[in-house]
Design a protein around this ligand. Structure first.
Ligand code: GUN
Ligand code: ZN
Length: 475
């Protein structure tokens, strides 16, 4: 790994010290030290400039929740009091992971046995989501969910709530308290689901509108207009979604597409009188004007070349969810093809069809999905996908995804010796690239020593484990 030159000047570091006399302790650190890796562009693309910076003994300086400087510790930390530096020497600091597709209400139903998508929805998912009509229940699950994201090193996520307004209020309220970059919205569904989960084209509009007013751009939160998937929305409801997009063009559109072959056939049947003949499943969303540059389509396992071209033309993104696609037996996402065509691809866990909150674990499965189709996903490519690549998929690369000056200081501290076996294996890795790949193959939430949100410590593994053990002991 080439060690790139620091881009910070000593004067920036001095400015940090001059800022205040008070000695800051605890959560209010001003800098961290450790090995630092972040991406400047896609390492999978041919380019003359380096795709990443790696500082073996690096420093990251933070002020007011934003990155002030990153570079060699000897330069950027030179004028900072050791009392203001959290020292993670020997560990690897990366930008916080970004999850581009996850369902918070499904936290409690990971590992629901035996079904493919449509039966899985009816048998397990819809009854689970019914409970989120109760705001207290939704608040309790929101806390567990956000704790789990942080334990996995994930600081930003695009999240499905349920059809209930209060499910969004619960999640957004809790995320606001934690200052996390969470994007969510009320699910729109007015057909092909149990009555207890249905809204209408009118309430889809009015409830979403109210929630947009309440949450979009409040702190770091953003709103996603969220039709569940084409089969559960009537054409009238998709027109309501489009009206919301027109009235809030920087809101997201978040939905599912072409995940399962039975689902694809069903959409073709359901919409055959509503769209031009030959329109694909993705084309249905396009026909209703929902393919914006802030649209994220989960899965896309069965998309055609023409569909990928359409995604590229519209500058919409697809969320690759390998653990989910394997768990439900949906199929293999053609990652290399989509990537080669220049489609924006984010990485998603898709909890609860997905089986892990950890983007490291998700990358382990991503590697296998790519490999089964004859490709190879390197450690660098994988970690790019989980950070800057996913930031681009969310159209948020100007705010998160790497450590360029001015970006929001969300980061994760990874422990290369998280278990005896990982430590044993890492000691035998000969190059930094090999270490990254081992991290991506063997890593999980145990690898996450600490997670910082906007420069503040939001999770410390060892403290959390102690609290968990103490809690278990008092039961
Ligand atoms: N398609 C429509 N709803 C869902 C869902 O909740 N999970 C997954 N994986 N696919 C869906
Ligand atoms: Zn999903």
């Amino acid at each position: 790994v080439a060690i790139a030159a620091s881009c910070s000047s000593p004067s920036t570091a001095e400015a940090v010290v001059a800022e205040g006399d008070a000695i800051r302790t605890g959560n209010d650190i001003q800098a961290v030290r450790g090995s630092i890796l972040h991406f400047l562009r896609d390492p999978g693309e041919a380019a003359s400039a380096p795709a990443y910076e790696f500082f073996e003994d690096g420093g990251l300086v933070v002020r007011d929740g934003k990155v002030v400087a990153v570079g060699p510790a000897s330069t950027v930390l030179a004028n900072i009091s050791p009392r203001r530096i959290a020292d993670y020497s020997g560990k690897l600091i990366l930008p916080g992971f970004i999850d581009t597709h996850i369902h918070y209400p499904q936290t409690e139903m990971v590992g629901a046995f035996g079904e493919e998508l449509l039966q899985w929805l009816n048998k397990y998912t819809f009854p689970t989501e019914r409970q989120f009509a109760n705001q207290n229940y939704a608040e309790a699950v929101s806390k567990v969910f956000l704790d789990e994201l942080l334990r996995a090193g994930t600081t930003s996520a695009l999240v499905f709530s349920t059809v209930h307004k209060q499910s969004v209020d619960a999640l957004m309220g809790e995320a606001y308290k934690r200052n996390m970059r969470i994007i969510s919205g009320k699910v729109l569904m007015d057909r092909n689901a149990p009555d207890y989960l249905l809204d209408t084209p009118e309430t889809a509009y009015s409830d979403s509108k109210e929630l947009i007013d309440r949450w979009h751009k409040k702190g770091r939160l953003l709103y996603a207009i969220t039709p569940r998937f084409a089969p559960t929305s009537t054409p009238a409801q998709l027109r309501s979604a489009k009206r919301l997009v027109d009235e809030c063009p920087d809101c997201y559109v978040h939905t599912h597409v072409s995940e399962n072959k039975g689902e694809v056939a069903w959409v073709n049947e359901l919409f055959k009188n509503d769209v031009r003949e030959g329109t694909s499943y993705l084309g249905v969303y396009d026909a209703f004007g929902l393919m914006t540059r802030r649209a994220v389509f989960a899965h896309g396992v069965h998309l055609s070349d023409a569909d990928f071209s359409l995604l590229k033309d519209r500058d919409s993104a697809v969320s690759f969810c390998p653990t989910s696609n394997m768990f439900l037996g949906s199929g293999l996402f053609p990652y290399d093809k989509a990537h080669g065509m220049g489609v924006k691809i984010g990485l998603g866990t898709d909890i609860g069809a997905g089986t892990s909150f950890s983007q490291l674990h998700t990358l382990n499965e991503a590697y296998k999905v790519v490999k089964l189709q004859g490709g190879k996903l390197s450690g660098l490519q994988g970690l790019y996908a989980a950070t800057l690549g996913s930031a681009k998929a969310l159209d948020l690369e100007s705010k998160i995804g790497n450590f360029e000056r001015g970006k929001e200081a969300d980061f994760v501290v990874l422990d290369p010796a998280s278990t005896p076996l990982v430590k044993f294996r890492m000691e035998r890795a000969k190059t930094p690239q090999e270490k990254l790949f081992v991290l991506m193959t063997m890593g999980d939430d145990r690898s996450v020593k600490a997670t910082y949100v906007a420069g503040k410590l939001a999770h410390d593994r060892d403290e959390a484990n102690k609290a968990f053990a103490d809690g278990a002991n008092t039961k």
